[in-house]
Design a protein around this ligand. Structure first.
Ligand SMILES: [Zn+2]
Length: 138
């Protein structure tokens, strides 16, 4: 029987501990990050907690209209809004860090590129961002 559990709390508690927790469907194997109480793929209630590696593939990063920029994120500038796919499968919309304006066109043309999940401070709590891995970059 379906038993509700505080998935949002556990997710943010994980971020506070520097861990990226997800729920994996035991029926179809789909990994949900951020976690969902029911599987969005097959509808199963049988999910188990897991921890994702933090390795991602950054598939896009776009310039943000400065008028839309959240002032909470100023300490992390320059940042971009982008998309990333976790090693375990989930696709997320995220803040992408580590992309300098002068390199923007070149780096964007090289995507998809590897990156790592990290946490940033937002409005009193930690949230997820992605650091672009540019090792090997000249
Ligand atoms: Zn499922």
């Amino acid at each position: 029987m379906f038993k509700p559990q505080p998935v949002t709390k556990r997710f943010y508690d994980g971020l506070d501990e520097g861990r990226f927790v997800a729920l994996k469907c035991t029926s179809c194997g789909h990994v949900h990050f951020p976690p969902l109480p029911t599987c969005g793929e097959c509808g199963s209630f049988d999910l188990e907690w897991t921890e994702v590696s933090g390795s991602v593939t950054v598939t896009d990063a776009i310039d943000l209209n400065p008028a839309l920029a959240n002032s909470d994120f100023k300490p992390y500038a320059p940042y971009h809004i982008g998309e990333a796919t976790l090693e375990e499968g989930p696709e997320i919309n995220t803040i992408v860090l580590g992309l300098k304006e002068k390199d923007y066109e070149k780096i964007r043309s090289m995507m998809p590129m590897p990156g790592k999940l990290m946490t940033i401070q937002h409005d009193g709590f930690k949230t997820v961002a992605v650091q672009l891995d540019q090792t090997g970059e000249q």
